[in-house]
Design a protein around this ligand. Structure first.
Ligand SMILES: [Zn+2]
Ligand SMILES: [Zn+2]
Length: 149
């Protein structure tokens, strides 16, 4: 994503304030902006967030210099020169570790108990009964049947 707190500096070194959002919809639940699209909507640029052109032909992006490889036309985020910073590498490693740990410890299927207690057996029966009831409810409720007509 674009860091909207940082002004865009164009090729002449001029500081250009970030453009106000155009056709972007704010979703407070997820704290994200999404492009509001509709049939016949003009193209919206995901780079400069202006309407009228797409990112691929964005004049702002064409002038944008990548601070990794110093070429024009893309940002460091989209740079093909893979050059991870130390921090990124550490974050990636930690994320991988977290995934590995959570993946091995959470068995979704209930493990087979050799000597299940009565309490546990009761819980398992309860679960099975619930699952069966749900399955039956789904099977027995035709979605478009008129019930109280
Ligand atoms: Zn643009
Ligand atoms: Zn680059």
């Amino acid at each position: 994503m674009i860091d909207t707190n940082v002004n865009y500096v164009d090729s002449a070194g001029k500081d250009v304030p970030v453009q106000p959002l155009n056709r972007m919809l704010y979703l407070p639940v997820w704290d994200v902006y999404v492009p509001a699209s509709y049939k016949g909507a003009p193209p919206a640029c995901h780079f400069c967030r202006q309407v009228g052109h797409k990112r691929a032909v964005c004049p702002s992006l064409a002038k944008r210099q990548c601070f990794k490889c110093h070429k024009l036309g893309h940002t460091a985020r989209f740079c093909r020169v893979e050059e991870k910073s130390f921090e990124e590498a550490v974050n990636g490693y930690e994320a991988a570790q977290a995934r590995a740990t959570s993946g091995s410890s959470t068995g979704r299927k209930a493990p087979k108990q050799q000597n299940p207690s009565d309490e546990l057996q009761g819980l398992i029966k309860e679960q099975l009964a619930l699952q069966t009831a749900n399955a039956n409810a789904n099977a027995n409720s035709p979605s478009n049947a008129k019930v109280n007509d």
